[in-house]
Design a protein around this ligand. Structure first.
Ligand code: ADP
Length: 476
C-alpha cells in the first residue's frame, strides 16, 4: 500500500505529493509519495503557527498535557500499523520499529504529564512582604529539523517539550521517512491539538530547512543530523541571536579492559555497533582493547557479528534490517574499502548489494588515524584496536573530534568511576551499549557532536523551548 503524504498547515492536510519513497528491503514497493514543498509552504506554516501560538500558550498547561496524553493513547492503539510503516520506509526490524513507536508513546506520556508541574519556581525575596516567582515563558515558534534514522522518536522528543511549554511548532521531517512523522502529527491532531499549533512541511533540507533557519519568525531551531549541516545552521541562527540546539554526528568509542568477560563485552559492543543496522549517531566504534583480552574479544565479537540475520525487517527471522538507501550503502562499502587500503583486516561482514544489506563488519589492524576510526560511517562497521593499558585507552577515546557517547567494559569500580569522570563525552556507558537511552534523563554531546547548550530529553528538555521571567510580587 502506498501512503499519500500531505503537509499539515493550519490544521489542514495540504500540498501536492511528488517525492517517491521506496522500501529499502523491496525496491519495487512504493511506500509513499510526499510533497516536495517550496518556501511558500514554509511561509504558510509560519503564519499559521504564529497565529495559533498565543491561544495555545494561554491554554492551561494541564489541558495542553491532556492533548499529549490522548495522542499517546491513540498512537498506542495504532502502534503495530505505525511500526510496520516505519519499517517499510526506514528499514528497521519490526522489533526495533515497535520499540521506536513505543518510545514516541512514552515521550508523549512523559511530557504530557509534565503539564501538571510546568511553570516555574517560587523563591524567597530579600525584600519584606514580597514573593518572587519565575515563569517559564514559551519562545513562540519552534522549528524542528529531523533525520531519517529515528523517524518518529526524534520528532516526538523534540515536539513534546516544545508543545507542553506553549510553543507552536513547524516540523521538517527527513525526506526518506515522511510517513512516520505523519502518523505522529495525525495522533496529535486526532487528539484535539488546535489547528496551527503543529505544522509539518515536507521537502528538501536545502529548501524547507534552509528557509526555516533563515526566517526571523522562528525563535528556536532544534536539529538532529549531520555535523556539516548542523554547523551551517548554527551560523545562521547565531547571527540573528535565535536559539539553536544541534545533535550531530558521533564516533562512540568503547574501552574493553582485561578484567572484563570477553563474551559479555562482545555482546555489549555488538548491540551498540550493529543494532539499528549501525545507523545511529550513538553506534559503537572504535573499540580499544587492552592486550590480555584483545584476541578473545575479537573472536567473540566476530561470532556475535556472524549471528545476525540481515534481511527484510518485516520478516520475523531478520535481526538486522537493510541499509536505508543506495547512497548510504555506497558510503558503508567505501568506508570498509578505504580501511582495507589503510591496512585493516576484515574479520567478519561485508555488503550484499543486491538486497541492500550490509552484514555486521569487524575490522582489526586499523591505525589510530585511519578514516574508519576518525570519521562517522553510519553503518554496522566496528574497528577493534589494541592499546597498551587503561591510560592509553582513555587518551584514545578522548582523541576524537566527536564527543557524544563512550563506554567501558570492566568489573573495576575504580576504572568505571575514573572513566565516567574523564571521558570527554555527553553520555558514558559502563558495561552497557553506547546506543539505547532512557527518555527521562538528559541526552547530548560535546565537541562536534552537539551545540552543547541545551540538552534534549529528561526534565530539562523544556529549557530550550522556554525563557525565564522573574516576577516580584509585593503583598504588604
Ligand atoms: P543525514 O545525512 O542524516 O540525512 P542531514 O544533515 O543531511 O543528515 O539531514 C538531516 C535533516 O536536515 C534532514 O531533515 C535534512 O532534510 C535536513 N537538511 C539537510 N540540509 C539542510 C540545510 N542546508 N538546511 C536545513 N536543513 C537541512
Amino acid at each position: 500500500m502506498t501512503t499519500t503524504v500531505h503537509n499539515l498547515i493550519d490544521g489542514q492536510w495540504v500540498g501536492d505529493p511528488q517525492a517517491e519513497r521506496r522500501n529499502p528491503a523491496r525496491p519495487d514497493e512504493l511506500v509513499s509519495v510526499a510533497p516536495s514543498s517550496g518556501t511558500d509552504a514554509v511561509d504558510a506554516a509560519l503564519v499559521a503557527a504564529g497565529q495559533a501560538q498565543r491561544a495555545w500558550a494561554a491554554t492551561p498547561a494541564p489541558a495542553r498535557g491532556a492533548v499529549l496524553l490522548d495522542a499517546a493513547d491513540l498512537l498506542r492503539s495504532r502502534q503495530a500499523d505505525v511500526a510496520r510503516d516505519l519499517v517499510r520506509e526506514e528499514g528497521k526490524t519490526l522489533a526495533e520499529g515497535m520499540g521506536e513507536v513505543r518510545r514516541a508513546i512514552d515521550v508523549l506520556r512523559y511530557f504530557g504529564s509534565q503539564g501538571w508541574r510546568h511553570g516555574g519556581d517560587v523563591l524567597p525575596s530579600a525584600v519584606p512582604g514580597t514573593t518572587v516567582f519565575t515563569r517559564a515563558e514559551p519562545i513562540g515558534v519552534a522549528a524542528l529539523i529531523t533525520p531519517w534514522n529515528f523517524p518518529i522518536a526524534i520528532p516526538a522528543w523534540k515536539m513534546a517539550p516544545a508543545l507542553i511549554s506553549g510553543n507552536a511548532v513547524v516540523l521538517k521531517p527527513a525526506e526518506l521517512t515522511p510517513v512516520s512523522a505523519t502518523h505522529l502529527a495525525a495522533a496529535l491532531t486526532d487528539a484535539g491539538l488546535p489547528g496551527g499549533v503543529l505544522n509539518v512541511v515536507h521537502g528538501k533540507g536545502s529548501v524547507v530547512g534552509d528557509a526555516l533557519a533563515r526566517d526571523p519568525r522562528v525563535g528556536a531551531l532544534s536539529f538532529t543530523g549531520s555535523t556539516a549541516v548542523g554547523l551551517g545552521l548554527h551560523e545562521l541562527l547565531h547571527a540573528r541571536r535565535a536559539r539553536v540546539q544541534l545533535e550531530m554526528g558521533g564516533k562512540n568509542a568503547y574501552l574493553v579492559l582485561d578484567d572484563a568477560d570477553p563474551v559479555a563485552a562482545a555482546r555489549v559492543v555488538a548491540a551498540g555497533a550493529f543494532g539499528l543496522t549501525g545507523q545511529a549517531c550513538t553506534a559503537t566504534s572504535p573499540v580499544y582493547c587492552t592486550p590480555g583480552i584483545h584476541d578473545a574479544f575479537v573472536a567473540a565479537l566476530a561470532k556475535e557479528a556472524e549471528g545476525f540475520v540481515p534481511g527484510d525487517g518485516l520478516d520475523p527471522a531478520t535481526t538486522m534490517g537493510p541499509v536505508v538507501s543506495e547512497a548510504q550503502l555506497a558510503t558503508d562499502v567505501a568506508a570498509v574499502e578505504r580501511a582495507r587500503q589503510q591496512g585493516a583486516t576484515v574479520v567478519a561482514g561485508g555488503a550484499e548489494p543486491e538486497r541492500q544489506l550490509f552484514a555486521p563488519t569487524v575490522l582489526t589492524g586499523v591505525a589510530h588515524d585511519a578514516d574508519v576510526v576518525r570519521k562517522e560511517v553510519f553503518g554496522p562497521v566496528v574497528a577493534v584496536i589494541e592499546v597498551a593499558d587503561y591510560d592509553e585507552g582513555l587518551a584514545r577515546v578522548n582523541d576524537s573530534d566527536y564527543g557524544l557517547t563512550a563506554g567501558i567494559c570492566t568489573g573495576s569500580l575504580a576504572a568505571a568511576h575514573h572513566f565516567a569522570e574523564h571521558a570527554a563525552v555527553g553520555v558514558v556507558k559502563v558495561n552497557r551499549p553506547t546506543s539505547g537511552l532512557d527518555l527521562n534523563v538528559p541526552f547530548g554531546g560535546v565537541k562536534d557532536s552537539s551545540s552543547n547548550t541545551f540538552r534534549e530529553q529528561g526534565p530539562t528538555a523544556t529549557e530550550f523551548y522556554t525563557w525565564s521571567k522573574t516576577v516580584y510580587l509585593g503583598f504588604e
